[in-house]
Design a protein around this ligand. Structure first.
Ligand code: S2G
Ligand code: ZN
Length: 439
């Protein structure tokens, strides 16, 4: 995004856990700050130095340590790129339990460290469930080997959970043991054009009921986000007249065991939606082949890239009640308009897209430049809006450096105080990703 810039004299690229351990011990003894860095695809500045910290890159740790094609349990170095692991398990008819637009460069260690959500959480759950074990180098250099490949292990406190989502502030994840699900025999998707956003909720209810176990993703894109994705060449799933009059779009993916069975379910769903007295959708297009399946996904996954090509993005990754998604986007747009900031030369677009099934809205404001005027108009306005709905100021992107001051909107004082005690216990010298997550 070109939003976070650090100054560091040194990047270290260790090849083994032992080397990571020796580096960390050296830095800890000398109070030298460390920024652990994976694919550097984060969106809240979590992997960028704030002062002169050493960057410890995991990019040279890319070994797959083991894979059991029966259980689907994969043990891999933290620096393995998500797409590489997807390609590794595919011939064994398995998939990774997470998928996100940054898969070509994000690393599994960073995914776990940020508890990345992505596009498959609705079906395969969060990394807190699919991660079975971790190998972590603690701030004093100690190697914490919890790299179990056990589905069940109820022996004492589940320490690994502390590092999932800790954003490198409690230690450096050097290897991950993760349960990969069997690849669905058949996947398909449809893109639906809706006349009004209000239809998303009843549509979600209908789709869940009709597709039930084969539903694997339910994503929405508002019209502004759709037009931007098409403008920047991120796929064109619908024709002009199919888009006509649509206020937002929904991408539904199915993953099941039998293509004919799943397609019959999808066709029945589309027919029932279109034949209803008051149709919830204007139209829908179902992928007829792998290329069209990818093109429909490219539209949703490509919004991030389209936003970055359009301008400077203020990204608010929030969890709020589904019924308030559109209101939050509209209130933000009105806020900017009331401040005289909604114009081609200041704020070009305000849009919403995201994971309906997870209650996760990606509220994005695209500006010509990052300015204090726009920042002040957006914050704390948006955080207060989220807090008014008892939502989360960070659904999946984490806190990083961007939201340390906003943590209190979603976590009470007692919770933050105990987080600080845990941080002080693991990292008394404060060398591990300083200035991130906690103030
Ligand atoms: C998504 C990716 C980052 C963003 O597309 O689901 O999590 O906010 C986002 O564009
Ligand atoms: Zn997302």
């Amino acid at each position: 995004m070109g939003k976070y810039r650090g100054k560091s004299t040194t990047v270290l690229r260790p090849k083994t856990t032992q080397e990571v351990s020796e580096i960390v011990k050296w830095c800890n003894d000398r109070r030298i700050g460390i920024v652990p860095q994976g694919g550097n695809t984060g969106l809240v500045g979590g992997s960028v130095p704030l002062k002169d910290e050493v960057i410890l890159s995991l990019s040279n740790m890319t070994q797959v340590r083991s894979f059991d094609p029966i259980s689907g349990i994969l043990v891999a170095d933290a620096g393995c790129i998500l797409q590489s692991l997807t390609d590794y398990v595919a011939p064994h008819n398995h998939i990774m339990p997470l998928d996100l637009g940054a898969k070509g460069s994000c690393q599994i260690g960073g995914n776990v460290s940020t508890n990345a959500g992505g596009l498959r959480l609705l079906r395969y759950g969060s990394l807190h469930g699919s991660v079975l074990g971790l190998e972590v180098v603690l701030p004093d250099g100690t190697i914490l080997d919890q790299l179990t490949t056990l589905r069940k292990d109820n022996t004492g406190y589940d320490l690994k959970q502390l590092f999932i989502g800790a954003e490198g502030t409690l230690g450096i994840i050097t290897a991950v043991s993760i349960l990969t699900p069997p690849a669905p025999q058949a996947s398909n998707n449809v893109i639906l054009a809706l006349p009004r956003f209000e239809n998303v909720l009843p549509l979600y209810k209908t789709v869940k009921r009709q597709l039930s176990e084969i539903l694997s993703a339910f994503e929405f894109i508002d019209r502004t986000a759709y037009d931007l994705a098409v403008k920047h060449g991120q796929g064109r799933a619908l024709s002009e007249d199919e888009v006509e009059g649509a206020e937002c779009f929904v991408l539904v993916e199915t993953s099941g065991g039998k293509r004919e069975h799943d397609e019959e379910k999808l066709n029945t769903l589309l027919e029932s939606l279109l034949e209803a007295d008051e149709p919830l959708i204007n139209t829908g297009v179902m992928a007829q082949n792998p290329a069209q399946f990818s093109s429909i996904w490219a539209l949703r996954e490509g919004v991030t890239e389209a936003v970055s090509k359009e301008g400077k993005a203020y990204k608010y990754d929030i969890s709020i009640p589904l019924s308030t998604f559109k209101e939050c986007v509209d209130l933000t747009r009105e806020r900017l308009r009331s401040k005289g900031l909604l114009s081609e030369d200041k704020v070009k677009a305000v849009m919403g897209y995201g994971h309906v099934g997870d209650g996760n809205l990606h509220l994005n404001v695209v500006a010509n430049a990052y300015t204090e005027e726009i920042q002040d108009a957006l914050e704390p306005f948006i955080y207060e809006l989220v807090a008014s709905h008892r939502g989360s100021v960070s659904a999946e992107h984490g806190i990083g450096a961007m939201k340390t001051h906003a943590l209190h909107y979603s976590k009470n004082e007692v919770s933050v105080a105990w987080m600080k005690r845990i941080k002080a216990m693991f990292d008394p010298n404060g060398i591990m990703n300083p200035g991130k997550v906690l103030e």
